[in-house]
Design a protein around this ligand. Structure first.
Ligand code: ATP
Ligand code: MG
Length: 602
């Protein structure tokens, strides 16, 4: 493998952001090395209760029932903000009872352990209730993103072998009904919401009717921690999405990472903006805040900068977990907007899903007086693996350090098919993890060979390239598939995109390698501009020059094209493989997860 040219040297020490001075709340992870030394997964497991009588471990018990049976019974577990301004609150006791009803209802339909229950819902409380009820029953919950079109929905229903679908009348009519006959295993469709006129004709059931007659008493059967609990399809950034299977034992990692990486404390108001159709929205939108006994905010509406600041201010959100794409949109809306709101309740800000550009970290420190803490994980890892912790200085551009209980390494693949660890600092290789943490996926659903390929030489290989500095901070370089090879150097697109983002005209950038007879590949950039800037030749030249000054001639883009928007997955990730396919006139591959106005998928 040729040496990787660092497009940008890691920020100077002077750019590092120290932890805020001690406030009223002491971070859960106060000292990194000590926390790692004293950590064991067995001790972490002991933070949870387990089912009464030693009957195993069930996510729903840890998330709601144990709180409902204790002092948290009347605490608000879920605060739902409807698109139209409606506001509904559910206590831990409410969620416990409603999920009992849903589990009873499923049982009454003959649904049982191991059956797959798929949701196709927006951000509504019924989704949380359906997930919890499914776990109580021993079913496998599989949330789908409601903005998918009919075809991606059909393939995921088929792939998961869904027996039950929980959705709304409108989504059912528009996106499922036409394919129902092709889905013989889909026996039950449960519709949430009022417009249910077509119920009888379409062989569907009403959520409201089922829930009214279902018993509020449900006893969770003994649950082996290795019982399947969740199938999550990946974002499809690099190809056909895979269904990662997770088990009840995962709750140990959800709980601990919520406490250590998101610094959840009693009394917190937590807002995870991710959609529960993606793994973040389940692990940290549903499970971790509930096991940690905090109040979780769920907003039904789509992104809107003003609405988001209003929510942060009005709900007195203390811990906020969001994604780089949203942060870049807030940056685009300008710091003045943020300053209109009282955001003084915010204590901890975290980001996941994509590399968080150093620019965004520095921006947030200026605007909120607190910076975003990047963390890294995947659908496959089920929970946060590498993080910037509250008590740690933040090095803008770094993903942080591995969680206690997580052993990460940088490895190089060998010609004989094995791998070798790279121990020297600052060398680029593939990010690898030692298997064995509780929320590790147990397989790719019905794709065991694909699963087996992820494990080599005692490591789980993540498919991401990274480097580790001398202090153990990890720096994301790129997905192995996205890395650009030019003139004998490897270049991570993220570094080039970050440099372009420093230009005042740039809202978003996506960078690819374009085949070139001389260089192997040449660096090509696609740029979407902020409002008020014109995509003309002068600006194009200015941007190329700007990048060359920052990155040097080898690394800087040689070509630059303006686009109205950069194609992203529906979970917000830049789809570089699509930029490349379009540039080269190649087939676009699987675009089921593409978020693009022109795509007409919704
Ligand atoms: P697919 O596997 O189908 O191509 P995907 O990898 O995008 O899709 P996810 O599991 O949702 O699906 O995303 C995990 C990936 O997202 C990581 O492997 C990494 O490439 C990227 N990612 C997540 N968090 C970060 C982060 N903090 N910094 C850089 N990259 C990140
Ligand atoms: Mg992936």
């Amino acid at each position: 493998m040729p040496e990787l040219t660092e497009a940008r040297v890691a920020p100077e020490r002077s750019a590092w952001i120290p932890p805020p001075s001690p406030g009223a709340v002491t971070p859960n992870l106060a000292e990194y090395r000590a926390a790692r030394r004293s950590f064991s997964w067995a001790t972490a497991r002991a933070e949870l209760d387990g089912l009464p009588g030693g009957a195993g471990l069930n996510i729903a018990w840890e998330a709601v029932d144990r709180h409902a049976a204790g002092t948290h019974a009347e605490l608000v577990a879920l605060r739902w903000l409807g698109r139209d301004g409606t506001r509904r609150e559910f206590s831990y006791a409410d969620l416990s009872l409603l999920s009992n009803r849903f589990a009873s209802a499923l049982g009454g339909l003959g649904v049982g352990p191991g059956d797959r229950i798929v949701s196709l819902l927006g951000r509504v409380p019924e989704l949380t209730i359906a997930a919890l009820g499914t776990w109580k029953l021993g079913g496998v919950f599989c949330p789908l993103f409601s903005a998918f079109g009919p075809e991606p929905i059909r393939t995921r229903l088929e792939k998961s072998g869904a027996r039950v679908l929980v959705t709304t009348p409108a989504l059912y009519r528009r996106k499922v009904a036409q394919n129902r006959a092709a889905l013989p295993s889909l026996e039950q469709v449960i519709l949430v919401g009022e417009d249910e006129s077509s119920a009888a004709a379409d062989q569907v059931r009403r959520w409201s009717t089922l829930m009214t007659v279902a018993s509020p008493d449900f006893r969770i059967p003994p649950t082996d921690p290795e019982t399947a609990a969740l199938i999550h399809f990946t974002s499809g950034t690099t190809g056909m999405p895979k269904g990662a299977l997770h088990v009840h034992e995962a709750v140990v990692a959800h709980h601990v990472t919520g406490r250590l990486a998101l610094d959840l404390h009693p009394g917190d108001v937590f807002w995870c903006t991710a959609d529960p159709g993606w793994v973040t929205g389940t692990s940290y939108g549903i499970i971790a805040p509930l096991t940690n006994g905090v109040t979780s905010v769920l907003d039904e509406a789509d992104f809107d900068a003003r609405r988001w600041y209003e929510i942060l201010a009005r709900e007195r959100v203390t811990v906020w977990y969001t994604a780089p794409t949203a942060i870049r949109m807030l940056m685009k809306a300008g710091p003045e907007l943020a300053r209109e709101y009282d955001l003084s309740a915010l204590r901890f800000l975290a980001s996941v899903g994509e590399p968080l550009n150093p620019e965004a970290v520095v921006w947030s420190q200026g605007v909120f007086g607190r910076c975003f803490h990047d963390n890294w994980w995947q659908t496959e890892t089920g929970g946060i693996m590498i993080a910037n912790f509250a008590a740690m200085e933040v090095r803008p551009g770094s993903m942080g350090r591995p969680l206690p209980g997580i052993d990460a390494a940088i490895v190089r693949r060998l010609a004989d098919g094995g791998v070798e660890e790279i121990t020297q600092p600052d060398r680029v290789g593939e990010l690898a993890l030692r298997p064995g943490w509780p929320s590790m996926f147990r397989t790719y659903w019905n794709e065991p060979e694909r699963y087996a390929k992820c494990f080599v030489g005692g490591y789980y290989l993540t498919g991401d390239l990274a480097r580790r500095d001398a202090d153990g901070y990890y720096w994301f370089v790129g997905r192995a598939d996205d890395v650009i090879k030019t003139m004998g150097h490897l270049i991570g697109p993220f570094e080039v995109e970050s440099a372009l983002l420093e230009h005042p005209a740039v809202a978003e950038a996506g960078v690819i390698g374009k085949p070139d007879a001389v260089a192997g590949e040449l660096v090509k950039a696609f740029v979407a501009l902020k409002g008020g800037f014109t995509p003309d030749e002068a600006l194009r030249r200015d941007l190329l020059g700007f990048a060359r000054t920052r990155l040097g001639a080898v690394v800087a883009p040689k070509e630059l094209t303006f686009l109205p928007v950069i194609p992203r997955t529906r979970s917000g990730k830049i789809m570089r493989r699509l930029l490349k396919a379009r540039e080269l006139g190649l087939p676009e591959g699987d675009t089921s997860t593409l978020e693009e106005p022109a795509h007409g998928n919704t």
